[in-house]
Design a protein around this ligand. Structure first.
Ligand code: FPP
Length: 243
């Protein structure tokens, strides 16, 4: 959430966002089909979600499928969509019981109607939870999100609900998919690539970044905890000078 005011104290990250990379390479290096890597990756999602309360993480955001991922072979795209369906059906009850509030970000219109219904159902079932805010990005791209937000703001101006001079960071923020969520403190990418691939460009303006070599299917709760502790040792200044 854009606040304009920032603390400069090193702190525990309460919102961690993860680019879960390396499933394909994990599988290929073992002579397995790429989908096996995604399946193993889905198991890691459960492990990392369960690790959050002990690490005092209140918000976890996961990049599961980007607007560019449609360019992958159809079998992989279909397999990933099947995995999302299965995850919601299999893990849904557990997430409800564990007090996890689930939200999905990204453009939904491109997804199959049955998957959209499963997503909306889980969001509804978990709407009252607040132990952990789990946000899953599916068909998400940061530029696409900003574009859709801009269209909504422009529409509000056209409808006379807003003056162009009233457009502020807070107004833009309210029109993003992540409206109401805090900005990520730490963005983590697995599998040794130093890129953000369009993940949360607006929201990451003051985030710290961590890039780890481990491929997502090998990313354990222990590695996660070590990264979180590493973050707590950093000093965040948000553009100010050290005190
Ligand atoms: C990137 O690895 C990973 C993805 C595109 C998919 C992430 C999806 C999951 C972990 C599955 C389950 C997710 C949820 C939320 C249930 P890659 O295939 O790009 O790896 P590569 O760079 O080695 O090819």
């Amino acid at each position: 959430m854009y606040t304009g005011e920032r603390s400069d104290a090193p702190e525990q990250p309460s919102h961690v966002a993860i680019i879960m990379d390396g499933n394909g390479r994990w599988a290929e290096s073992r002579g397995l089909p790429r989908l096996q890597g995604h399946k193993r990756g889905a198991d890691r999602v459960r492990e990392i979600v369960e690790a959050c309360p002990d690490l005092a993480i209140t918000h976890l955001t996961l990049f599961a499928f980007s607007t560019e991922n449609w360019k992958r072979p159809p079998t992989e795209v279909i397999g990933l969509m099947r995995l999302f369906r299965r995850y919601i059906k299999k893990e849904g009850a557990r997430l409800v019981a564990e007090g996890v509030r689930v939200r999905f970000i990204g453009g939904r219109e491109a997804l199959d109607a049955d998957l959209r219904a499963l997503m909306a159902g889980l969001e509804m079932q978990t709407a009252g939870n607040d132990q952990l805010h789990l946000t899953v990005a599916i068909n998400y791209g940061g530029r696409d999100e900003i574009l859709r937000a801009t269209r909504r703001v422009a529409e509000a101006v056209r409808a006379g609900k807003l003056l162009a001079t009233e457009i502020s960071p807070e107004v833009i923020e309210r029109h993003l998919d992540t409206a109401g969520l805090p900005d990520p403190d730490l963005i983590l990418r697995t599998s040794g690539e130093f890129r953000v691939s369009g993940f949360l460009p607006w929201q990451s303006a003051y985030s710290e970044f961590a890039f780890v070599d481990t491929r997502w299917p090998d990313f354990t709760a222990e590695i996660f905890a070590a990264q979180v502790r590493g973050f707590a040792r950093r000093e965040r200044r948000f553009g100010a000078v050290a005190g």
